[in-house]
Design a protein around this ligand. Sequence first.
Ligand code: NAI
Length: 350
Amino acid sequence: MKVVAVLYPGGPSASNPDLLGCAENALGLRPLVEGKGHELVVLTNKEEQLDAQLPTTDVLVTTPFWPAYVTKERIERAPKLKLVITAGVGSDHVDLAAAAAHNITVAEITGSNVVSVAEHTIMEILSLVRNYIPAYKQVIDGRWDIAEAAARSHDLEGKTVGIVGSGRIGQRVAVRLRPFDVRVLYYDFRRLTTVEEEVLGIRYAVLDQLVPQCDVITIHCPLTPDTDGLFNRDRLFAMKKGSYLVNTARGRIVETKALVEAMESGHLAGYSGDVWYPQPAPPDHPWRRMPNHALTIHVSGTSLEAQKRYSDGTKDCVGRFFAGRPLERDYLIVDGGRVVSPSYSAAFKQ
Ligand code: NAI
């Protein structure tokens, strides 16, 4: 069988053996795949080289950080494809309906990087609210203008934070916000139990009620047909003037042009996150030059500890696939011709 892995180039950093997610280190898959007599092809090119491999690929491994966009057309050109694994969390780069129609299993390494993203989210909220990046930049630029830096710097204490999507990451963000003495609202199409709400210290609000109340909103739902453009122009401008938006979920949940308008007009005081569409973001992506952002490239879920966890999970999936054993149930997004993950399935008519 042929396993194709599409991974980001490691370059000189690949000499660090803990950087498992790069092409050179191939998620630690080589001994497993080749040891069982199968073929492993590792690509960094997500277009022509991937297209050339599609007719003979049985298993495709890709990551959200350097996503191979597994479109319906690509699926149709891959007659042998049986399993697509997301080394990480978030499988929106795969056309899930097309995968289901072709009886391809889609799995992701559920839970592998949820702490990594929750920590990054707290960092990004504080970066925006405390106005960290402009103050840091003054140091690099040889400046010392207290007034300029302080005029946009606030305490997080006492503010209202809204969490959109209260799954594994959203809940971990709520836990990590507790010492900051903030009021936390959340929205999810699946409401938590009253006990869970009590333990997490968060209150439910439907999205249209949550949005205008929050000083900070952080997005943690998957990208599905229902959340594509969820933060469109109307919703962005329904946010409180001078509030902040953090998005470590997926770039397309926030409308590109509408966000630029909300930032340039000063309606939003700041935007942060690490997810873009497409990825890698082209040099002229309009978000790169918006005022008052604290965006990073897509790294929150790929700390070295996260890479170890999603490498282990990917090896587990591939090993089970070779042995004809079922995959870990929690990992399944599409299986048996259906979208089965409860975080995705409501958005697909099936
Ligand atoms: P999860 O499946 O545990 O939680 C997702 C939550 O979103 C669920 O509670 C679900 O009910 C909710 N949801 C789904 N559709 C919704 C809708 N239309 N409206 C409101 N809520 C909705 O997933 P987890 O692990 O918390 O990850 C969430 C997302 O974060 C992933 O799907 C992925 O896109 C993104 N992610 C980003 C990473 C990064 O490196 N930036 C790394 C890991 C995940």
